[in-house]
Design a protein around this ligand. Sequence first.
Ligand code: PGA
Length: 248
Amino acid sequence: MRKPIIAGNWKMHKVTDEALELVNKIKDKVNETDVEVVVCSSFVALSEIKKVIGGSDLKLGAQNMHWEDEGAYTGEISASMLKDIGVDYVIIGHSERRQYFNESNETVNKKVIKAIETGLKPIVCVGETLDQRDGKKTFDIIKEQVLVAFDNVNKEDVINTVVAYEPIWAIGTGKTASSNEANEVISYIRSLIQDKYGVGVSEEIRIQYGGSVKPTNVTEIMNETDIDGALVGGASLESEKFLEVVNF
Ligand code: PGA
């Protein structure tokens, strides 16, 4: 049985005080759930959040990292810096990173490898644009994104990664892929993992859906057989909404 995983992606929101306020409202409410819950804050709030999470089951995630150990990369954050704080997860290749910061499938792959090497669990984002979907290219795009992201990643490690399928046209737009549409692509991702790593791995790896997930649609999404969780943007910024999503 795959344990569902719901991750809040706060993007560029919340100064540290606001971040702590939100974490304080949710951290004790996620302990009795059968769902793994992660909050992905900005880099600058991570240390303070780690302190208040304490013994709660709430997990901490970052939204990006660099693939090199260290060096002259002004403005970048390394995997070991995140590990040092006690970060558990790191989002890699979010479509906003791909779109605004020129991240490619190749840089995603380098980051995935470094994250794993450092003991961080990557949440690897893939997804097609509206044009690609309209042009019936969804499966080709997803195949390339998934296969390149996991190039040179071995079987034992891939089990500890999470894939997030986020159709770009559904992010922050209020448009959600229908749960069927989402499940279709997520099943396809699982089949790609099966072809590469075998059925044991494909049955174990968790694949989330992301894109306008909110309290009103989360149940339907989570009822789909292949969907193991959600990567939640807007609805993760308020404790009540996020807890409703978590308690789908
Ligand atoms: P959204 O964002 O829930 O606001 O659509 C999801 C994401 O970008 O991870």
